[in-house]
Design a binder for this molecule. Structure first.
Ligand SMILES: [Zn+2]
Ligand SMILES: [Zn+2]
Length: 362
């Protein structure tokens, strides 16, 4: 059974005897649908709409009928994310109105709200600690602690040069993954063992969706380039170094172009400053002419390294820690079914694809 939200309709796709999926339900909505959350245990479907409303339905056991339960007037404009939390009977949501809100799914009452710094497009919740993670278009991630009727700002942080497009929380390792329009994924060690932030570079376009396979510790990231990247998160990765500043190349001592005094003294034309991605040293182009992938630092693609680092990196260290797959559509939404190992991707081409990931996610 699959649920698709297309424009103003909600369709429930059931696999027929022929092996093909056909919609069992075709439900018209008053406003275009923008997001949804489905809870399989209760068969509760929460759908966010363009007009700011969240509509809740219960699906029948045979998935042939959906019964409206209630509507929440949650936002002033488009609902961007919705998340139903069964354990607390809460409906969490974010909107185009830059509000985060939570409602009681029993009473339908609004419990509280928080103004985000920009429109949010990532929303995750940790039931145990009641921490909510909100990623927004400004690139900020905000962590709030929710009580029954109020919330406290715990922290906010930034690591991306573009907006946050997706968030994914691993409650076991207590790690948060953020995907961004800057093409990267950052793994934040929220559990605080070391407070590290590790960058994963494996996309040539915006990262649009993330999913985590807890049992195998693999992260699945999908991008606007159609790429599905499966990251092995069992390997110990290192943080990228801080970029060092220097007036001259830290290898050959040639002055960079802004070091006028040294340029004058040595009568040499200044060079452009580059940085080795492995050691962080400020080097000139001539001393960093080679490229290498550094998978253990999250660079699955080749990046600039200085000549000495290039020599030092072994073939073993160059072994990829991710696998790359082409979905052949611009992915906007994913859902991973861990029990079957199936990945569903929905694209801007209005096509829904179902992938058997068992050969790679195992
Ligand atoms: Zn140099
Ligand atoms: Zn180096």
């Amino acid at each position: 059974m699959k649920i698709a939200v297309l424009a103003r309709t909600v369709r429930v796709w059931l696999k027929r005897d022929s092996g093909q999926y056909w919609p069992s339900i075709y439900h018209a909505m008053p406003s275009p649908c923008s997001c949804m959350s489905f809870n399989p245990e209760t068969r509760r479907l929460s759908i966010g709409l363009d007009n700011g409303t969240i509509s809740e339905f219960i699906l029948s056991e045979d998935y042939n009928k959906m019964t409206p339960v209630k509507n929440y007037q949650a936002h002033q404009s488009r609902v961007t994310m919705v998340l139903f939390v069964l354990e607390l009977e809460w409906v969490l949501s974010t909107g185009q109105d830059k509000q985060f809100a939570w409602h009681c799914s029993e009473s339908g009452q609004r419990l509280g709200g928080y103004r985000t710094s920009a429109v949010a497009s990532g929303l995750q919740f940790d039931v145990e600690s009641r921490h909510v993670f909100i990623g927004d278009h400004s690139g900020q991630v905000t962590i709030l602690k929710l009580e029954q009727e109020n919330c406290t700002l715990l922290t906010s942080f930034r690591g991306h040069t573009g907006g946050v497009t997706a968030l994914c929380w691993d409650p076991v390792q207590r790690v948060l993954f953020s995907g961004s329009s800057d093409h990267s994924v950052i793994m934040w060690d929220i559990g605080g063992r070391k407070g590290t932030a590790i960058e994963l570079q494996g996309h040539n376009d915006k990262v649009q969706a993330l999913s985590y396979a807890q049992h195998t510790r693999q992260l699945i990231s999908c991008g606007g380039d159609g790429g599905i990247v499966v990251w092995n998160m069992d390997v110990e990765r290192q943080e990228t170094p801080e970029w060092l500043d220097s007036d001259s190349c830290q290898k050959c001592d040639q002055p960079f172009f802004w070091n006028f005094k040294q340029m004058w003294d040595s009568k040499k034309i200044g060079l452009r400053q580059h940085h080795c991605r492995k050691c962080g040293k400020a080097v000139c182009g001539k001393c960093s002419s080679k490229r290498s992938s550094i998978p253990l630092m999250g660079f699955e693609f080749e990046v600039r390294v200085c000549d000495s680092c290039h020599e030092a990196i072994t073939d073993e260290e160059r072994a990829p820690t991710a696998t790359f797959h082409d979905s052949k559509h611009n992915i906007v939404h994913v859902h991973f079914d861990a029990t079957r190992g199936w990945l569903l991707t929905a694209g801007t081409d209005k096509v829904i694809k179902l992938w058997d990931m068992t050969p790679v996610v195992s």
